[in-house]
Design a binder for this molecule. Structure first.
Ligand code: PHE
Length: 343
């Protein structure tokens, strides 16, 4: 009993102390062993009681040792954790930035989304029908020369009506695809990449981006188009922005127009460096030609609509004072990093 009290009283908080406890009570020379040796001197009738006592002391020592070890282990894991300073500032993580084209595209798209336009998409590798013929530009049409087209090789499967495959020259092909797939009311914008076989320079590239718009319903007028485009220009370039519509020609719209915005000191965007004051063309538009509606399965007697298409690079260059379009396709990080703070 005395021994059990002694064992209970032991405190051991370091690994060395716990080991000392083990040697003293459980090791090969532990203090309980000589007690067993004393068994000879014990009278026979008391031997069982004595043996039991010694065994109890042994078991007690073992339990105590297990407890001490467990305490030690949990203590160790606790101190291991305390070496971690959870309040220390984290290593800075390098963040990427959005590309100026993506930034500009997103801005344009969200302006139209807020007034009810839905985003539509079409393939970049397109067939002749959707890019040209459906858009009222048949094979022998002189307007095909307006856009120098990349045709894909003869190994590409042909499109509808055995038409050739090409890289779309404008997002207007998405107009055709949307009208084929759905009846009015149609109100979509289609952002995407387009290709033209043009000499690459500071001002033009063989790949660029456009955002197409299409609105078809009953009694849509040219005035509706003008109001919508004015709203767009003011959201994009500031509320004092002025627009001008000049008569133009596209095979798929009649009448057609080009829209300029006034770029000058009295408007909000007077941070510009690279552009002087003047009218700048930003998009082509017009009332969808009845022949296009007909081609795409929409009744031209019942429905009218307008369409517009705008280049993105040029507007990105205006917004961010970029003087060479080629910078946008070289992915030089020194260029890209400058847009890190733009959201
Ligand atoms: N597709 C024309 C272009 O690429 C732009 C346009 C779209 C004009 C829709 C009128 C209507 O230049």
């Amino acid at each position: 009993a005395q021994l059990i009290e002694e064992i209970d009283a032991v405190t051991a908080s370091t690994p060395e102390q716990v080991e000392a406890f083990r040697i003293r009570y459980l090791g090969s020379k532990n203090i309980l062993r000589p007690l067993m040796g004393e068994m000879r001197t014990i009278p026979n009738e008391r031997k069982p009681d004595f043996g039991q006592l010694v065994n109890r002391a042994k078991q007690h020592a073992q339990d105590k040792f297990d407890g001490l070890q467990a305490a030690l282990a949990s203590q160790e894991s606790a101190t291991a954790g305390s070496e971690l300073d959870l309040t220390a500032p984290a290593e800075p993580m390098p963040l990427g930035s959005r590309h100026p084209i993506a930034l500009t595209m997103r801005r344009i798209v969200s302006i139209f989304e807020r007034i009810g336009f839905a985003v539509a998409e079409g393939p970049e590798i397109e067939d002749d029908w959707h890019n040209f013929s459906a858009m009222n530009t048949p094979e022998d049409h002189p307007a095909r020369d307006m856009q120098d087209t990349f045709y894909t090789g003869a190994d590409m499967p042909a499109g509808p009506n055995n038409s050739a495959m090409l890289l779309r020259t404008h997002t207007s092909s998405v107009q055709a695809r949307t009208m084929e797939a759905q009846q009015p009311p149609i109100r979509i914008i289609a952002p995407g990449r387009v290709y033209r076989n043009e000499t690459i320079s500071a001002r033009s590239h063989a790949q660029f981006h456009q955002v197409e718009g299409l609105y078809i319903a009953e009694r849509v007028s040219f005035a509706d188009m003008k109001a919508t485009l004015l709203h767009f220009a003011r959201e994009m370039y500031g509320e004092k922005t002025k627009i001008r519509l000049r008569p133009s020609y596209f095979p798929f719209t009649e009448p057609s127009a080009e829209m300029d915005i006034w770029w000058g000191l009295e408007t909000e965007h007077d941070h510009r460096i690279t552009k002087g004051t003047g009218w700048l063309e930003i998009l082509g538009c017009g009332m969808v030609d009845p022949a296009v509606l007909e081609n795409c399965g929409i009744d031209p007697e019942r429905y009218t609509g307008y369409a517009f298409g705008m280049g993105i690079e040029r507007q990105a260059m205006l917004l961010y004072n970029i003087t060479d379009i080629r910078l946008m396709f070289e992915n030089d990080v020194r260029f890209l990093r400058q847009f890190a703070s733009v959201v």
